[in-house]
Design a protein around this ligand. Structure first.
Ligand code: SF4
Ligand code: SF4
Length: 447
């Protein structure tokens, strides 16, 4: 098939707006991070990351401490899992992974309420070699906490033929409702910057950009004020960017800041850039300076709950416990999403445990409307930040014509949901796209 990308500009005579403007609804933005109560029990899936699941090292009735490794990495693209409470292993069960949607093992641990930790020994990163830092990052179980959950030690080791000149810190948090990164920048900016500095040292690059949307002026100001105080090596600046969904998607962010386009099916490293989320940088800081494994994160609990909050919560805590701590869900709540309303994943139960990639627990009322036929209005095309033709995908997915999907650049979709947001026919385009992308990847067709 001949070139399709951009063809739609003649097919649909409309000026592209690229992206949409969903209401921000940042209800918890003024709420300082507070610790969630210690859970009485945690459920820790062994596949909380992209890559091979971790392999269990514990069995029923084993006693564990907070931070103790309970499952070892299952390969290079994998990370260990640590206990997030002290107590006793109750059982190992099967759960559906919130990352891969496949069934896998999860370790259930009953807390003894003592919150006893393993010994954590921090270090000055200046005294550590690059290899030491990478080993500590892997041992701490770090993954991309913006939702991608790609193992951080792998991201810190780009192939030698892909030199990196810039790191972009993703502090955009463009999804409605979510404020966990904003609060981290306001309350833990120094750790984020020190984490960035460690990352720049390991990757060997001198340029760091901290990207923040201009609807968070407090975070922009806080980070700008910190940079000169810390006197970190390299050139680090804050980039204040006009708010527009989905600016936080890696590829759109990179294009906006550096004007570079990631090749179709490629990664930011293909154009000399690594993008890292602010929560992950804080976790890198904690792993190196404090020697702390990843056992908790900031989760925004918002939507139709009595009191939206930003909570520091242990992995494995059930979402319903966090919702209760926020005063409970309001009466018409019937749906819970991990992540935001645009890219988040609806969970089958309010009891689903939060994981490393869970930045938000969003409680809402299901407002899905009946899907009707496409009216070829072009709204989805105008909304797509990747210059794709979303309206073409459902039919080819239904017909299992996966090779054609590839020719329509489906692998370049960042699954931002902009196309679905305003579709007058209520077509769940992203659902079709996710199926299509998985099938195209299985085919192994040229990207
Ligand atoms: S898929 Fe929806 S938004 Fe796109 S052209 Fe069809 S009706 Fe319009
Ligand atoms: S096709 Fe993909 S990238 Fe384009 S708007 Fe839809 S979800 Fe976003």
């Amino acid at each position: 098939m001949t070139k399709l990308k951009g063809e739609h500009m003649s097919l649909f005579d409309k000026k592209k707006s690229q992206g949409v403007h969903p209401p921000g609804n940042k209800m918890a933005s003024g709420k300082a991070i507070e610790p969630a109560p210690l859970p009485t029990q945690v459920v820790l899936p062994l596949s909380q990351h992209i890559g091979a699941p971790a392999k269990a090292l514990v069995k029923k009735n084993d006693e564990v401490l907070v931070g103790q490794v309970i499952a070892e990495a299952g390969g290079f693209v994998s990370v260990p899992i640590h206990s997030t409470v002290s107590g006793k292993v109750k059982k190992i069960i099967q759960v559906i992974s919130a990352v891969t949607s496949r069934v896998g093992d999860a370790v259930v641990i009953e807390s003894d309420g003592k919150d006893e930790w393993v010994e954590c020994t921090g270090a000055d990163p200046n005294t550590l070699s690059k290899e030491d830092i990478l080993a500590k990052v892997k041992d701490a179980g770090l993954v991309g906490m913006g939702g991608a959950t790609f193992p951080t030690h792998v991201k810190l080791q780009p192939p030698k033929d892909k030199p990196i000149d810039s790191i972009i810190v993703n502090g955009c948090e463009c999804e409605p409702y979510i404020t966990s990164d904003q609060r981290l920048m306001l309350e833990h900016g120094e750790e984020i910057l020190r984490g960035l500095s460690i990352m720049m040292k390991v990757i060997g690059c001198q340029r760091g950009y901290i990207a923040i949307e201009d609807n968070k002026p407090d975070a922009i100001q806080a980070m700008q004020a910190l940079i000169p105080k810390l006197e970190l090596p390299g050139n680090i600046t804050v980039e204040s960017l006009k708010t527009q969904y989905p600016l936080g998607a890696e590829k759109t962010l990179l294009k906006r800041i550096l004007g570079r386009e990631v090749p179709i099916g490629g990664l930011p490293m293909d154009v000399g850039v690594v993008v890292q989320n602010v929560s992950t940088l804080k976790a890198i800081h904690d792993a190196i300076y404090l020697g702390r494994p990843l056992v908790q994160r900031v989760v925004t609990v918002s939507g139709i709950v009595k009191e939206p909050k930003n909570l520091m919560a242990r992995f494995g805590t059930s979402a319903s416990d966090l919702i209760e701590f926020c005063g409970g869900a309001l009466p018409d709540a019937d749906e819970m999403i991990f992540g935001g309303p645009m890219m988040g994943i609806a969970q089958t139960s309010f009891d689903t445990p939060i994981q490393k990639g869970t930045n938000s627990v969003l409680v809402k009322k299901n407002t899905k409307k009946k899907e009707t036929n496409c009216i070829r209005c072009g709204t989805c095309i105008n909304a797509c930040p990747m210059d794709l033709l979303p309206l073409m995908y459902p039919a080819y997915v239904k017909n299992k014509d996966y090779a054609v999907l590839n020719e329509y650049y489906i692998l370049n979709c960042v699954e931002c949901g902009s196309c679905t947001y305003d579709c007058p026919a209520n077509i769940p385009l992203v659902q079709y796209i996710k199926i299509g992308k998985a099938e195209v990847a299985k085919l192994g067709v040229d990207k």
